[in-house]
Structure formats: C-alpha cells, structure tokens
Design a protein around this ligand. Structure first.
Ligand SMILES: Cc1cc2nc3c(=O)[nH]c(=O)nc-3n(C[C@H](O)[C@H](O)[C@H](O)COP(=O)(O)O)c2cc1C
Length: 199
C-alpha cells in the first residue's frame, strides 16, 4: 500500500514536471521568434503576418489586440530591400519570385503552433496573388482541420485569388473568404471584421 502511494506521488511529480516543461518550451520559443502573446483570451488563435513596408503589420497588430491572442511575423531569411520591391522593374527580386512557380523564399524564424486551431494569416497582395514566401510558410506547417482566416493589404486589388491559392495549398484546412484592407484601415474596420466572424 505504502509502495503504491510512493509510486502515485512520483508519477504525479513527473507529470507536473513534463507539462511545466512543455509550457516553458512554448514560451521560450515564442520569445525567440519575436512572438508576443498580448493577452491570453484566445489561446487557440494566432495572428501570423508577412509585411515588407508595415501596412499588413499595422492591421495584424490591431487584430491581435482585438482578439487578445498571440502574434508572429514571417521573417524572410533575406530581408526585402526597396529595390527588391520595385514592381516596375521586371528584374526586381519580388517580380522574379512572383513569375517563378518554384520560388520559395526562405523564412528565418520558426513559429510555434501548439494548441492553435485558428490562424489569421496576413500578407500584401503581389501581382494579384500571394507573395511566394507564403507558399514557403504554408508548405512548412500543417494546418489540416484548422481554420485559416486570410487578410491582406493592397493598393486596390481584392483578396479572392490569393484565397484560392491558400485553398489549393491547404486542401484539408477550412479557409474562410477573409478580408482585404486598405493600408490606412481604422481600428473599427478591423474590429467589425473580427466581430462578423462570431468566433
Ligand atoms: C511586387 C509588388 C507587387 C504588388 N502588386 C499589387 C497588386 O497586384 N495589386 C495591388 O493592389 N497592390 C499591389 N502591390 C502593393 C501592395 O500590395 C501594398 O503596398 C501592400 O499594402 C504592401 O503591404 P506591406 O506594407 O505589408 O508589405 C504590390 C506591391 C509589390 C511590392
């Protein structure tokens, strides 16, 4: 009987240790990846974005504030310079990538999706479509059975073509129609989109 009690106590200690260490791993990996868990209302939701000139970043931050969820940036291994983003130059990096089906720009950071089942995915529209680094991102992580809510910023182009691309890349995820925002979208515009989702 005594031996049984000792065994049960040991197992309890061991299990507590394990779950604490997995929480630690999650937190330290978030810190490492420039993630900030703003508050913790929605532990199952994460906002992830790619942004070169900060338009999408501004929307992403508003979203994470509203949702009280964690936020991570997709950081390119090689940062995009202004020359790289010159869409008037056929030979600029962004244009070459968009014209190359096999282009998969490398990502510098890893992102922790433990316990996440709903992903807000933000990006700029490049030539009506997803920047190729979003292909790299979606091919790196598995979002089967998760819900992906795309959002984008653009000079005027809509989001729908990029949503079709996400659906092709993630056939086993539930991909909502998402929302395009102007770069100067207000807090209330972002909030009303989130409210419309009834999460
Ligand atoms: C290479 C490239 C292609 C672009 N193509 C489009 C486009 O097809 N339609 C559009 O409305 N805006 C286009 N834009 C403008 C961006 O979508 C817009 O400036 C966006 O808000 C940038 O987001 P960011 O600041 O988060 O990088 C393009 C920009 C770049 C650099």
């Amino acid at each position: 009987m005594k031996i049984k009690k000792i065994f049960v106590s040991l197992m309890t200690l061991l299990l507590c240790g394990c779950s604490m260490s997995s929480v630690k791993e999650r937190n330290s990996s978030n810190m490492k990846n420039h993630s900030s868990s703003i508050k913790s209302e929605h532990d199952n939701i994460k906002v992830v974005y790619f942004s070169c000139t900060k338009n999408t970043q501004k929307i992403a931050v508003k979203m994470a504030n509203d949702l009280e969820c964690s936020i991570d940036e997709i950081i390119p291994y090689v940062p995009y310079t202004n020359e790289d983003l010159d869409y008037l130059d056929d030979t600029s990096r962004a244009n070459l990538e968009q014209n190359d089906n096999n282009a998969r720009p490398a990502i510098q950071n890893t992102i922790d999706f433990n316990d996440i089942d709903t992903l807000f995915l933000g990006y700029p529209i490049w030539w009506g479509k997803l920047p190729k680094i979003i292909y790299t991102f979606l091919e790196t992580y598995n979002f089967d059975s998760d819900t992906i809510i795309p959002f984008c910023t653009s000079g005027g182009s809509g989001i729908s073509n990029s949503v079709s691309e996400i659906r092709q890349l993630e056939p086993n995820a539930i991909v909502l129609n998402g929302q395009r925002f102007a770069s100067n979208a207000s807090d209330s515009m972002v909030k009303s989109f989130i409210d419309s989702l009834n999460l």
